[in-house]
Structures are given as structure tokens and as C-alpha cells.
Design a protein around this ligand. Sequence first.
Ligand code: 5AD
Ligand code: SF4
Ligand code: FES
Length: 365
Amino acid sequence: MSNFVEDILKQPALSKEDIVQLLQTNKEERNILFKHAAQIKEEYVGKKVYYRGLIEMSNICSKNCYYCGIRMDNKNAERYDISDKDILDAVRFAYESNYGSVVLQAGEISSPKFTKRITNLLKQIKELSNNELGITISLGEQPEEVYQEWFDAGAHRYLLRIESSNPDLYYKIHPNNEKHDFETRLACLKSLQKVGYQTGTGVMIGLPFQTYEDLANDLFFMKNFDIDMCGMGPYIEHVDTPLYKHKDLLMPVEDRFVLTLKMISLLRIIMKDINIAAATALQAIDPIGREKAIKVGANIIMPNVTPGMYRDNYKLYENKPCTDEEAEDCTNCLEMRIGITGDDIGYGEWGDSKHYYKRRNLSGN
Ligand code: 5AD
Ligand code: SF4
Ligand code: FES
């Protein structure tokens, strides 16, 4: 029984039809998929999880993505912008806790002043950590010169989700205007790769209007783009957003959750040596959601180190976890959580994407 999954997985490569079929597997069948992905993870990247201390610097955003709780037009979002001093304190916490890397994330702002501010922060992060902290940034679409400036200042990984690789679906979840242009998003991803970043992207799973075929195409998009890292998570509707009106089209959150685990395991199977994050949105649905993702192929976790008083305001979606906690609380909690998965934590290590080094013919750390 269930052997069709084993048969599909025995093939040297998966077709789009195979993936569409695997995305629809039932409970017993999908466990075979999950096991297979876990084996591949162990073989190619080891049973190890790397930390990226996440600092959500500011929820001020100049865009209006239809799904996002901090979109510019949401008047109910209380805006904040953490001072450089508080950001650097959070960085120091991550450094002293041996997290190995940090991520700076913010709503999308593009201005010379913002560019400079980030450049200075990057240099200070390098300085305060004696060059030891790895730095990922996730600051949206920017001109290539800006990506270059930040790269030169010390950032070496960049996350920019494509959200959906299907342009039709992209324009159902974004306004169709210059500020939300699918081609620009693609061009930005290309620039990041060209500048030399470890380049990460990802999609939301379980969006209204999204089909299994869309999701299979998303996986092939990532493969063809030759990405180094991925962060993808379930779509979670937010009441203060335009996409909320389509909530009746959604599958139950539990199904979006399982579908995300399947996407993670399939991506691990088709891109064996990349870094895959266990998205925080998984934990908004299941209290041990991120741990489940680690069990089926993910190898990166982004503990939130944003000072507690701001956490509740970076609400992209409802039910975001750890919003009442301080960074110290998450450290202990996570260590225990990851212990349960059986993986080790790569304390103090960068845990760079092995795929990046292979792609660039470099030797990694
Ligand atoms: N549900 C899930 N993920 C979301 N994001 C934004 N809004 C939502 C939502 N409602 C994700 C997007 C974005 C990342 C920062 O958060 O994929 O790229
Ligand atoms: Fe801004 Fe990003 Fe939210 Fe879009 S998804 S509104 S760019 S924070
Ligand atoms: Fe934040 Fe458990 S990981 S409280």
C-alpha cells in the first residue's frame, strides 16, 4: 500500500505531475515523503539547525501588498521604528547567545537616508562582533547599487520572496502598479545573485486562487533560478487587509500547514543542499510547527530577538508566536524544542548555504 509514493520518489527526477500528486497525498502517503526528505537532509546538510536572530527593525512600509497586516494603508497598524541603539543591543544579544547570524528585516522603504542608515548598521554589526556574526538582510526591492553598497558593508545573504512565481496570481495578491511589479521583483532577485549574495526567496502557501500546479511551478522556479536559501510559509489571513474578503476560498489552516510541510520536503528533495527556513508562520498554526518543519527538511530557524515591546506590532498575520516574550525566553524555549527534533544546534556557526559555495565553486566554512 501507498507504494505509488515510493515509486515516484525512486525516479531520478520529479516531474510537475509527480509534484502535483505528492502535494495531494493523504496522511499515510505523505509520511513516506517526509521520511525521504529527512534522509536527504541528513545526507546533504546534516542533522543540524542554524540560528538567525531576527530583528524586525521597523513596520513602516511604502507598499500595499493585499495580504499583509503592515501594508501602508492599514491605519490600524501602530507604526514603530527601532532606534539604532536598540537594534545593536538586540544584535549584541544574538552575538552573546552564540546565534552565529542575524537577520535585519523591515517594511519596504527606499531612500538615500534609509540606505545610509542600513550601511552604517551593517558596519557596526561587523565591528561589535569582530566580524563573527553572519548577516542576512530582508529589506525588499532596491536598486542594484544599493544591494552592492550593503554587500560591501558586510551583508552576505538576502531574502526576497517572490510570493508567487505565477504573474497572474501575483497580481491577484498585489496591486497592479509600478510599485508592485512582478518583473521588477524578478530583476531584483537577479541583481542580488549578480552582486554575490546568497540569495533566498520563497512563496506563500494556501493563498486564495492558488492551485497545486502553481505550487509545483513555484518549486521549479526556485530550482531554475538556482536559489541558495528559501523561506516559505502558510498564508494566514489578516482581517485588516483586502485579501481577507476571499477567506471563504481558503482551505482550512491545518491543511495549509500540512501543504507547507509537503512543499518544504519536496524542495529539500529537488534542491538537496540549500538552506530552508522553518517559517515562523508555521508556529502561528501549530505550537510545534517549526519543529515539524525541521523534521521534514528545514535546517534554519529565525529566533525573534526584536525587543519585546515592539513585537506585537510586526503583525504580518494573526496569531504570530512569541509576541509576549523577550529574546531570552525564546533562547531556552528553542533549545528545548530543537532538542526534541533530534537535531543539533549550530551555535556560533554561520551555517551558510552549501549550495552557494558549490554554485560559485568556492569552499565554504
Ligand atoms: N500570511 C503569511 N505570510 C505573510 N507575509 C506577509 N503577509 C503574510 C500573511 N498574511 C510574508 C510575505 C513576506 C514576508 C515578510 O511575510 O511572504 O515576504
Ligand atoms: Fe510591505 Fe513586505 Fe508587507 Fe508587502 S509584504 S506590505 S512589502 S512589509
Ligand atoms: Fe519564542 Fe518559545 S521560541 S517563546
